[in-house]
Write a protein that binds this ligand. Sequence first.
Ligand code: HEC
Length: 174
Amino acid sequence: MSKVKNGVLLMLLVSALTACGNKDSAGSDTPAASGKAIEFVTTQDSSPLIINAALFDTPAAKEFLATGKNPYIGNAEAEAKGKKIFQLYSCTQCHGPDAKGQVGPGLVGPTFKYPKDATNKGMFETIWHGTNGGMGAKGVGLMDPTDPKNGITPDELLKVIAWIRTQGTVTGNE
Ligand code: HEC
């Protein structure tokens, strides 16, 4: 009887291991595993910044995840939405209604406090995960959970950045 029980346990164990194996091979279809995703780093200390790929849920956000380029640059409709989102998340209060600075610094360049903010990937990382010098993370799931807005999505952030770029001469996609 106990032999049978052991056999059943062994079968369960084998099928559990096989299931894990299947999961791993399915996982290799994700952009990160197939090498099609850029790797994000924090602006604080350049350590790896893991952002759930599922949050990149629009064609533009997926393209950004694959290439690091912001597809909304030069897209007037997206830029207009970005301006509204900039107001909604109170960016205006610190960076001014034209993003040229108020309590916080100007965001239009051509020089930036964090030089990587001259690229759209760099600016995305800075806004998503915040800085050590006075700006908290704005990414969804990272922003103050008591804030009813609960954080900006990748697609929204790309629109915000596209609008910020209209205020200066740097497009960030060079
Ligand atoms: C409470 C005030 C505050 C709010 C709200 C705020 N910021 Fe900031 N932001 C700052 C400060 C202060 C800095 C400078 C941080 C530092 O020196 O580390 C900064 C830095 C930045 C930088 C880096 C600039 C550079 O020269 O490298 C970007 C980009 C930026 N903010 C974008 C945004 C966006 C977009 C929003 C809205 C989603 C936002 N900020 C909301 C205060 C704020």
